[in-house]
Structures are given as structure tokens and as C-alpha cells.
Design a protein around this ligand. Structure first.
Ligand SMILES: [Zn+2]
Length: 294
């Protein structure tokens, strides 16, 4: 048995690590952004609609039983299609975050196009919830080098799309006078898409993992991050993890994570607020200079 390392990150008093359960309510939007013609595929649309229709209510009940508050990232289009789902999430005491308007593909797009997507999503969430979201998660976790500045300009407090640390940090922009964001990093190994997603002609290899295997992998990561004083951020999609056996397995994981000694389980917004108080100087990421390497 090796000794546990002391916490590397200054979590609030009494806590040695943090965990957040997050849900990306992509629904139909993530399909339609790639292929508007997929709207003609009734079964595929229904597969995605299962998330808000069945998955979210089941997951909200799970969270209520476990007395855990979570963060739900909702594309503006999903929110417009299912306003009652947004209302139920808010009524459950959970956080709503920004996740694009139509879950647009952000890779390689220019600033003005990305700004338009951000503003459209903001307008919808603000109109439906009465509050401006403070958290952003890029569709497909795809950030551009200009994205942090666009987020700062719109008053976001945090982002949760980058994959370059185990704990939150302050994410700056090229302008040292501008406010900085808090970044709460994610990890593809802590996402249910790779475990469960399959629809012929849309996504997945056809291999659908057992919830036992998925939750075992996530549990190992939660325990390792707890031991190191890290931040465990799990990303689930209601159209995937809202299915019965997966939700049951997830509930077991929630119970296990809550029981870890000194584990702070909170919505990302609260983790970001704490990080904003304790994080040191901002890191400013710069684009690698590929020309110099050639
Ligand atoms: Zn998404």
C-alpha cells in the first residue's frame, strides 16, 4: 500500500478532492449539426430524443435520491425543443451550461461564426431560464485558439472543454488586462459516448460496452483523482446513460464517489467559483509554431 500524496490543489476546508457529474443534453442537435438531412431518419431522431424525453427525467430522479446537484450543458436548439426539460433541470436545483446552439462543429471555424453560435445559444438559455449561464462546454470539446477570448467577452466564468490538467486552473487570453476564465478540464475516458454510443450510419463501431465495465473504469479514475487531490469530472449524455441499466450503474458510482473521504461533489459552477478564489496566475495557451518545426 503506497502512501497517499497530500492534496495538490487547495480545495475548501475539509475536502481533499472534488467531483462533478455533468450531463450534455445533445439530443437531436449533435446529429443535425453534422447532417441536416438526418432529420428524415425517424428512428435516429427518436434515439436522440430519448435523452430529454426519458433519460433526463430518470437521471433527475437519480440525482434527487442521491441529493447530488449536477451541471447540465444544453444546446440552445435542445432547449427550444424541450423547454419543460430545461425547467425540470432548473427546478431540481441543477446548473444549466452553454453547449452551442445546434451543437455546431467548431473545428476550424472563424471567430465571427463562432461568436454567432455562442450568442444564439446564450439568447435561448437566458430567455428560457431567466439567467445567463456562466459555464461553457464546447460541442465535441472542440476549442479554437480564439475561443477563450470570445467567452471572456461574453462574461462566462468558466469553460470545461480542455484536456490538459487534472485540476482547475485560470485560463487567460492574450490581453493581460482582460478577466480570465476558470478551466475545469475533461477527459475522453470520462465520457459515456465511447462506451455506449452506436447507431448505424451515425456513430459507434457496433461495440456497446457493459455498464459494469464503464463504471469500473470511471471508478478507478475517481479513486485515483481522489488519492491525488484532483478533480473528477464525468460527462454523460442522457440519450446514452439515461437507459435503465446504465443509469442504475451510474447511481452506484455516484454513491461510491460521495462516500470517498473528503470528496466534494458539486456542480461545476461551484467548483469554478472556488477555483477563481484560489487559483494562481492565468495560463495563456499559445498555438504551437509549426513553421519553426518544419
Ligand atoms: Zn455534446
Amino acid at each position: 500500500m503506497t502512501a497517499q500524496r497530500p492534496p495538490a490543489f487547495p480545495w475548501p476546508d475539509g475536502y481533499r478532492a472534488a467531483a462533478s457529474f455533468t450531463f450534455d443534453v445533445d439530443a437531436e442537435s449533435c446529429v443535425l449539426a453534422h447532417d441536416p438531412g438526418a432529420v428524415g431518419r425517424m428512428s435516429l431522431m427518436g434515439h436522440q430524443a430519448y435523452g430529454p424525453r426519458v433519460g433526463v427525467p430518470r437521471l433527475l430522479e437519480l440525482l434527487r435520491r442521491q441529493e447530488v446537484r449536477a451541471t447540465f450543458f444544453v444546446p440552445g436548439y435542445t432547449a427550444e425543443c424541450y423547454p419543460h426539460v430545461v425547467e425540470a433541470i432548473v427546478d431540481g436545483g441543477h446548473e444549466i451550461g452553454h453547449h452551442g446552439y445546434l451543437h455546431e462543429q467548431m473545428r476550424g471555424i472563424d471567430e465571427s461564426t463562432e461568436a454567432r453560435y455562442l450568442d444564439r445559444g446564450l439568447e435561448v438559455l437566458e430567455r428560457l431560464t431567466g439567467a445567463r449561464p456562466v459555464g461553457y462546454r464546447a460541442p465535441w470539446w472542440e476549442m479554437n485558439w480564439h475561443t477563450p477570448r470570445l467567452l471572456v467577452e461574453r462574461g462566462f466564468a468558466y469553460d470545461s472543454s480542455l484536456l490538459d490538467d487534472d485540476v482547475p486552473y485560470r485560463l487567460g487570453t492574450a490581453d493581460p488586462q482582460a478577466p480570465a476564465l476558470v478551466e475545469i478540464p475533461v477527459d475522453w475516458a470520462l465520457d459515456d459516448w465511447e462506451q455506449y454510443a452506436f447507431f448505424p450510419g451515425w456513430t459507434g463501431s457496433g461495440v456497446i460496452e457493459s455498464p459494469d465495465k464503464a463504471v469500473r473504469m470511471w471508478s478507478l479514475e475517481a479513486r485515483a483523482r481522489h488519492a491525488e487531490g484532483g478533480c473528477f469530472v464525468l460527462t454523460n449524455h442522457p440519450f446514452l446513460s439515461g437507459r435503465p441499466a446504465r443509469a442504475a450503474a451510474l447511481e452506484g458510482l455516484v454513491e461510491e464517489v460521495k462516500a470517498l473521504d473528503g470528496m466534494w461533489v458539486a456542480p461545476l459552477r461551484e467548483i469554478a467559483e472556488h477555483a477563481d478564489r484560489v487559483c494562481g496566475p492565468a495560463r495563456v495557451h499559445t498555438k504551437p509554431d509549426i513553421a519553426a518545426a518544419q
